[in-house]
Design a protein. Structure first.
Length: 585
C-alpha cells in the first residue's frame, strides 16, 4: 500500500558538474517556482556544482529574500569568467588573505573567498541552525568527501525543531554539546568549496586551517575552536567486528557502516562516548574534496534522509547534468618528426654542449650575457636534479618500492626516443583524466541509480530530470523511456509532448557545455548559460508532465484534483516552451 502523496513533501538532489550543473539547477528551481511546486520541496541534497545553486537558494530563503532576487543574483554570479577572474585576483592579492592568515593560499581557497564574498555575501551556517528560520526547505545536505577514511562527509542540518545539525559521517564528524557556537560560524563559502573542489582541478581543502578566519569578537573562527569539535572513531574496526559477529548480515552492516555512515549512527555514537576517539587524544586534521567523488548525484543522501523520516518523501526529483555516455579512449599518437626521433640522452648531451659552447665563447669574448646564460642553463637542471634526488632519498620515500625501481631503471628513459617518451606521458595524463572524470563517476552514478530504480519502495516516487534527455543527439533514449510504460506513447502523441526542434537545439548546446567554473568566449557566443537555464526549465516541465501521466496509467488512485490542475498548467507552459524555449530566461 502506498503511504505517500505525489509531489508533496518533495526531496530534490542536484548533481555536480561545475557551472553547468549550477545553471541547470537554477533552471530547475526557477521552473518549480513558476509552477508553484517549489514550496512543496522540504529537502535538498547536492554535490559540487549543484551545491552552488541549492545552498545559495536555501541561504536566500532563510533570509526571507524573494526568489526573483535569488535568480538574478545567481545568474549574474555564473556569467562569463567573473568568478575565475575574481579567484585569480584574490590569489595574487596579499591584502585579500589578511583575514585568513592560517588558510592555505591556493586556488580552492581563492574560490572559497569568492563564494563567501560574491555568492553568499558573507553568509555562515548560522541560519541553518535557527528554528525561527525554518521555511519550506527544512533540511539541506551539501556533500563533500573526506580523505581520512574515503567516505562521504555531509554538511547538513536536521529536520526538527531543535535544528541541531549533523556534519560528517559515522567515522568522522563535528559535534558540539551546547549552542553550536563554532558550527554556526563556519562560512558557507568554505562549505561550498569543500563540496566542489574536484580532483585534478583543485587541491583538497584542509580542516581545520582552511575554515579559520579573523574578525572582531564572535566573528572570528580559530583553529582551536574547530579542533575541539572534531570526533573520530575506528570505523573499519567496527565494521569488521560487526561482520564477524553476524556474517549473514555482514553486507547490511557494511552498507550501513561503510557506505551510509549517516545521522542515525552518529546519534547512536553520541549515546556511547567510549567509542569516540581523537587520534589518541589529539585533535584530528583532514582533507575534504568534491562530494561527487562518492555520489555525484546526491542520491544516497536523499535515500538516507528518506529512511530517517517518520513520513516518506512524496517524490524525489533528481536534477542531473551527467550522463551514462562517454567517448572511448584513444591512445595518443607518437609524433614521428626528425627532432622528436632523438632520445633524451641525445638532447641532454646537446644541452651540455651548448653550455660548454657558451662558456668557451665567454672565455674568448668576455661577453657577460654568454656567462649568465651558461650559468642559468647549468643551474636549472642541477637544482631540479638535487630536489628530485632528495625527494627520492629521504623519509618514507627512501624505502618505497616505487622509489627503488625508479632509481634503478631511470636510465632507460634517457635512451627512448623523445616522441615515444612524450607519448607515454600524454597517455598517462589522458587515461588518468578519463578514469577520474568519466569511469569512476559513471560507475558510481550507475550504482546509485540502480539502487534507486531497483527498489520497490521508490516506485512512483522518483523523477529524473536529465540535461541530455531532450537533446537531438539522444532522441532515441527519450523514446525508449516512453516505451517503457505501456500506453504512455499514446498519451505523448495525444498531448503533443514530443520536443520541438527548437527545444532539441537548445538542449543540445546545454548538454555539450564542459565541466568548468566559467563560461568562455565560445560559451558566451552560443549563449551557453541561457541554454543551460532554459534546458533546466523545460526539461523539468516535461518530466513533471510525464510523471503525472505515468501516475495516471500506473497509480490512478494517487492522482488528486490538485495534480490534474497542475498537469493542465504544465501543459500550457510546455506549449510556450515549444514556441520559445528561452521564454523564462
Amino acid at each position: 500500500m502506498d503511504n505517500h502523496q505525489p509531489l508533496k513533501h518533495v526531496a530534490m538532489s542536484f548533481s555536480g558538474g561545475g557551472f553547468r550543473a549550477a545553471a541547470f539547477s537554477l533552471g530547475c528551481l526557477s521552473y518549480l517556482n513558476k509552477c508553484g511546486l517549489l514550496s512543496e520541496v522540504s529537502f535538498m541534497a547536492s554535490a559540487s556544482g549543484g551545491t552552488l545553486a541549492s545552498l545559495t537558494y536555501a541561504h536566500w530563503l532563510y533570509q526571507d529574500k524573494p526568489f526573483e532576487d535569488y535568480y538574478k543574483h545567481m545568474k549574474g554570479f555564473l556569467n562569463g569568467e567573473n568568478a575565475l577572474k575574481a579567484a585569480f585576483d584574490i590569489l595574487e592579492d596579499d591584502i585579500a588573505w589578511e583575514d585568513t592568515p592560517e588558510k592555505g593560499r591556493n586556488l580552492i581557497n581563492a574560490f572559497a573567498k569568492v563564494y563567501h564574498k560574491d555568492l553568499f555575501e558573507g553568509g555562515t551556517w548560522n541560519n541553518f541552525f535557527e528554528p525561527s528560520f525554518i521555511k519550506h526547505i527544512k533540511q539541506v545536505c551539501a556533500n563533500s568527501t573526506e580523505f581520512k577514511n574515503g567516505l562521504p562527509f555531509r554538511f547538513q542540518n536536521v529536520d526538527n525543531h531543535q535544528r541541531t545539525g549533523i556534519i560528517g559521517n559515522y567515522a568522522l564528524y563535528l559535534k558540539e554539546k551546547k549552542s553550536f557556537n563554532t558550527l554556526r560560524k563556519i562560512r558557507l563559502g568554505d562549505i561550498t568549496a569543500a563540496s566542489s573542489c574536484f580532483p585534478l582541478g583543485f587541491e583538497p581543502i584542509m580542516y581545520p586551517e582552511d575554515f579559520t578566519y579573523v574578525g572582531t569578537g564572535k566573528t572570528s573562527l580559530t583553529k582551536d575552536e574547530l579542533k575541539e569539535i572534531v570526533k573520530s572513531q575506528e570505523a573499519y574496526k567496527q565494521i569488521a567486528d560487526g561482520i564477524t559477529l553476524n556474517e549473514k548480515s555482514g553486507i547490511r552492516l557494511q552498507e550501513k557502516r561503510g557506505i551510509g555512515l549517516e545521522t542515525e549512527l552518529t546519534e547512536e555514537l553520541e549515546k556511547n562516548e567510549r567509542h569516540i576517539l581523537n587520534e589518541n587524544g589529539k585533535p584530528t586534521a583532514f582533507g575534504l574534496m568534491d562530494g561527487g567523488i562518492t555520489d555525484n548525484q546526491a542520491i544516497q543522501s536523499s535515500i538516507l534522509a528518506d529512511n530517517r523520516k517518520n513520513g516518506k518523501f512524496g517524490t524525489l526529483i533528481i536534477c542531473d547534468v551527467s550522463s551514462p555516455f562517454m567517448d572511448a579512449y584513444s591512445l595518443p599518437k607518437v609524433e614521428k618528426t626528425l627532432l622528436k626521433g632523438f632520445s633524451l640522452r641525445f638532447w641532454g648531451i646537446l644541452y651540455i654542449l651548448i653550455i660548454i659552447g657558451l662558456s668557451v665563447g665567454f672565455y674568448y669574448t668576455n661577453n657577460m650575457a654568454m656567462l649568465a646564460t651558461a650559468i642559468i642553463m647549468g643551474f636549472i637542471p642541477l637544482a631540479l636534479g638535487i630536489i628530485v634526488y632528495r625527494q627520492l632519498s629521504e623519509g618514507t620515500a627512501k624505502n618505497n618500492t616505487w622509489t627503488k625501481m625508479i632509481r634503478k631503471y631511470i636510465g632507460y628513459f634517457f635512451t627512448i626516443p623523445f616522441a615515444s617518451f612524450s607519448q607515454m606521458i600524454r597517455a598517462r595524463i589522458k587515461s588518468t583524466g578519463i578514469m577520474v572524470a568519466d569511469v569512476f563517476l559513471k560507475r558510481i552514478r550507475s550504482m546509485w541509480y540502480d539502487k534507486l530504480y531497483e527498489s520497490k519502495d521508490w516506485e512512483n516516487r522518483r523523477v529524473a530530470v536529465m540535461i541530455y534527455e531532450l537533446s537531438k543527439a539522444h532522441r532515441k533514449v527519450a523514446e525508449a523511456r516512453i516505451n517503457r510504460v505501456k500506453g504512455l506513447k499514446d498519451v505523448v502523441t495525444e498531448l503533443d509532448l514530443s520536443p520541438d526542434s527548437k527545444i532539441e537545439d537548445v538542449a543540445q548546446i546545454a548538454s555539450t557545455v564542459g565541466t568548468t567554473l566559467w563560461f568562455d568566449e565560445n560559451d558566451m557566443q552560443r549563449e551557453a548559460l541561457q541554454c543551460l537555464i532554459a534546458t533546466g526549465q523545460f526539461t523539468m516541465c516535461y518530466n513533471l508532465i510525464m510523471y503525472i501521466c505515468e501516475l495516471e496509467i500506473l497509480k490512478r488512485e494517487l492522482v488528486t484534483q490538485d495534480i490534474k490542475e497542475l498537469r493542465d498548467r504544465l501543459l500550457v507552459d510546455w506549449k510556450l516552451f515549444q514556441k520559445e524555449p528561452k521564454f523564462m530566461v
